[in-house]
Design a protein around this ligand. Structure first.
Ligand code: ADP
Length: 391
């Protein structure tokens, strides 16, 4: 049952899920997850994340299209023979069984391994998870973090081709969550098992994944590395959903090479303006700029006047809420920068950090060309994105 290279990829081929004959929960979903990848499915509540996972697990039927593990369609394969193991948000441990029983029960039921072999595997996994001293305890005697480890251990002990994880950390407190996040990442790297991880938490997605599927209302918005979805969001939804505090958006139009809106006049390089003009489907645009890409108190070219409304002290960084025109503008500044409320200032940003969205379609008009080079994004880029997010 050990993972082999060809068999642990997952292909979604035109997958559609309709509940009750009319509610479309997933529409035309296509994606290819490589063997050994850690892929996170992220999106707001109700976007269809669990539905995707539950179809792989065999807990939901596929209405149309197909899902393949390796080259084999999962249709017609019993859930217990799909080579998957699932970890749920509520852990789903059997309350009356010891930790050891919880971990061995599935193996006894679905394999013909000897009792000795099962016991050996359970001990080994319990050691890996640091719960070897709790093997005789009942779940109710364990902390949330320990229960989480048992649930993960129970999945690992089955040596599946694929882990499916549905918000496995959301019942833990903030500190433990960060700890378990790194623990899960380390385990996944060590085991090299293809993992599909569902979360509504964009920060979790950015920090844990090789690649991220961003879903909205049952539709795939973008499938890319953390660096790509953060720095090259294909549309306004992804730009707004990924990143905290969120990207700033300003209503603008294009006049020659200048973006013009309330309190904003920003002249772009002519080639950038041309790209926008080629892609736009109507006159209404939005300028998007991330809080950390804004230079506070800088009076260079294209400077924009702003008024300080709120100063949020957040430790190593502070967040400023400024008014630009009639819009709020969030700016991240170093911890030492604490201007007075009501103070007038100027802000600037680099043209290369600007995103421009077509209001009618939501498309990021500057993403395409940029995406051709996004493959060169380094590990360091991604790591710094993650660090920024944890501020
Ligand atoms: P997420 O995991 O992103 O929160 P889900 O996959 O659980 O979203 O649900 C997607 C949509 O499908 C939601 O609108 C939800 O109400 C609906 N849904 C989920 N399960 C069922 C079901 N068994 N019957 C009808 N509608 C469902």
């Amino acid at each position: 049952m050990a993972s082999s290279d060809e068999t642990a990829s997952v292909t979604f081929d035109g997958v559609r899920k309709v509940y009750g004959g009319e509610f479309v929960a997933i529409d035309e979903f296509d994606a290819f997850i490589e063997n050994g990848e850690f892929v996170t499915i992220v999106g707001p509540s109700g976007s269809g994340k669990s539905t995707l996972l539950r179809m792989i697990a065999g807990l939901e039927e596929i209405t149309e299209g197909d899902i393949r593990i390796g080259n084999e369609s999962i249709k017609g394969v019993e859930p217990q023979h799909r080579g998957i193991a699932m970890v749920f948000q509520n852990y789903a441990l059997y309350p009356h069984m010891s930790v050891e029983k919880n971990m061995s029960y599935g193996l006894k039921l679905t394999t013909d391994l000897s009792d000795d072999e099962i016991q050996r595997r359970v001990r080994e996994t319990a050691e890996m998870m640091g719960i070897e001293d709790q093997l005789d305890s009942k779940p109710s005697e364990l902390s949330g973090g320990q229960q989480q480890r048992v649930a993960t251990g129970r999945a690992i002990v089955r040596d599946p081709k694929i882990f499916l994880m549905d918000e496995p950390l959301s019942n833990l407190d903030a500190k433990l969550k960060v700890h378990m996040r790194t623990e899960l990442q380390r385990l996944q790297e060590e085991l090299g098992t293809t993992t599909i991880y569902v979360t509504h938490d964009q920060h979790e997605a950015l920090t844990m994944s090789d690649r991220i599927v961003v879903l909205d209302q049952g539709e795939l918005q973008q499938f890319g590395t953390p660096d790509e979805v953060y720095n090259e969001p294909v549309n306004r939804f992804v730009a707004d959903f990924i990143g905290s505090p969120a990207m700033n958006f300003f209503d603008v139009g294009l006049d020659g090479s200048t973006l013009v809106g309330e309190g904003i006049e920003y002249t772009l390089p002519a080639s950038t303006a041309d790209r926008i003009r080629e892609g736009m489907t109507g006159p209404d645009l939005e300028l998007g700029i991330r809080p950390e890409d804004i230079e506070y108190g800088s009076t260079g070219e294209n400077a924009i006047t702003a008024t300080v409304e709120v100063v949020e002290v957040a430790g190593s960084d502070n967040f400023l809420y400024l008014e630009v025109g009639n819009e709020e503008c969030r700016v991240r500044v170093p911890g030492g920068v604490k201007p007075g409320v009501g103070e007038q200032t100027q802000i600037t940003f680099d043209p290369s950090d600007i995103h421009v969205f077509d209001v009618a379609t939501g498309a990021n008009l500057l993403a395409d060309g940029a995406q051709q080079t996004s493959g060169t994004g380094t590990e360091t880029d991604t790591a710094s994105v993650s660090e920024e997010q944890s501020a």
